[in-house]
Every structure is written in C-alpha cells, then in structure tokens.
Design a protein around this ligand. Structure first.
Ligand SMILES: [Zn+2]
Length: 220
C-alpha cells in the first residue's frame, strides 16, 4: 500500500490532543453544529442521526486519512478531504438495469441484466472514483449515483447526452466542478480495505460544509 505523507506541520496532526484542546474542540464543534444543524440534517435525512450528532457523540468517528488506511475495524468514519483528480480507469458511469440498477451486459443491439436474467431497459448511472487528500494522506473514494447527482446537480444521462466525443477517454467537463472541493465524506471501511489492500473506499454520504470541517481539522 502506498502512503503519501503530505503534512507540513506534524504538530497539527498529533493523535492525542491535550484535554484543553479536546474541550476547545468540542465547544467549537458544538457552536459549528448549532449554526449548521438544519442544513446538515437535511443531507442526512435517511439516517437516524444528524451528521453533527454522529461526530459530536462519536457515533461515527472522525479520522484523518493516515489513520483510516491503517484502520482494522469494519465501520464507517467521517473524513474531511479535498478532491484532487479523477481515477477514470473504470470510466465515470455505467449502463444499469432500470429495475435493479445492476450493470448490464451488451447483447447485440440490446442489453441483458444478469440479476433479472432477462433483457433490460437501461439507465445511465454514475460510478465515479475520485482521489482525495487531507494533510496526512491520499486515498481513492468511490462515489455512486446519488452522491454525484447531489454534487453535480445533473444526471449521468444528461451529461452523457452532452458529450461531443463519446469515446473511452472522454468525460463530461461538468465533472470538473467536483475537483478542488473541500468536503466531508462518510466512508465505509470494508473487509477488502483491511485485508485485501483495497485502496478504494466507498462513500456513504457527504457534507458540503466548510465551517464544520475547518473546526474539526484544526482542533481534532
Ligand atoms: Zn435487473
């Protein structure tokens, strides 16, 4: 596993903050939480807890990337990271069965869904791998359809239709809006990440909130 150490000031990233720092962090976090509570709650409406609850109560812990990649516990964690570039080895989207959203196989002029075991009507969906970094490391995140739709504000079908040169290497310029963004990602550490050196982490959701992530990165 390749680890990129990018921290300029290691003191800022020490793992055991003093008690006073910890208290300062919590009070600053609570202040940030209060002001951002409503907006953040909206992005986490499918869950039982708000993002601020997950972080402040430690339900979903925050981790720096260098701690995440050595993590040996299968669980979800919040990270605060900046998007750097795309990893387009697997493209940016796929043709999915519109019933079960599984990837379909091309069969002449039609498509076959291996799960439905029948010919499928297809829909274009996002499957996008993005390289992200914080001050401690660099990893690849896997963003599925709903997260990219939230980030871009357009469906994969709309972007696909707008492509002029629709070859293997090209991708829609709208996707560049995702690059150089500071976001918070809730990522899943799976068995494959721990035992099979899989460096791609699945994103469960994200939060576009600079003030909250700034508080965490500085004071955690
Ligand atoms: Zn299907």
């Amino acid at each position: 596993m390749t680890v990129f150490i990018l921290a300029r000031n290691p003191r800022r990233y020490r793992k055991n903050p003093s008690l006073s720092q910890s208290i300062a962090f919590k009070s600053r976090l609570n202040a940030a939480c209060a002001s951002n509570y409503e907006r953040l709650s909206q992005t986490s409406s499918q869950q039982c807890y708000s993002i601020t609850d997950e972080l402040a109560k430690g339900i979903v812990p925050f981790k720096y990337i260098n701690d995440l990649i050595v993590c040996t516990e299968e669980a979800s964690y919040w990270i605060a990271a900046k998007t750097v570039c795309f990893d387009l080895d697997h493209g940016w989207s796929y043709m999915a069965c519109n019933k079960c959203i599984i990837k379909v196989e091309k069969d002449g002029n039609s498509f076959f869904c291996p799960k439905c075991n029948s010919e499928a009507k297809v829909v274009h969906r996002y499957r996008l791998q993005v390289r992200v970094m914080d001050g401690t490391g660099l990893i690849t995140l896997l963003l599925w359809n709903s997260e990219v739709v939230q980030l871009i504000g357009k469906t994969a079908k709309e972007l696909k239709e707008g492509l002029i040169d629709d070859d293997e290497c090209s991708y829609p310029s709208e996707l560049d809006d995702i690059v150089e963004k500071k976001l918070m990602f809730k990522v899943l550490v799976k068995e494959s990440n721990i035992y099979k050196q899989d460096e791609v982490y699945k994103v469960l959701k994200f939060a576009d909130d600079e003030s909250l992530s700034r508080n965490i990165v500085i004071l955690h």
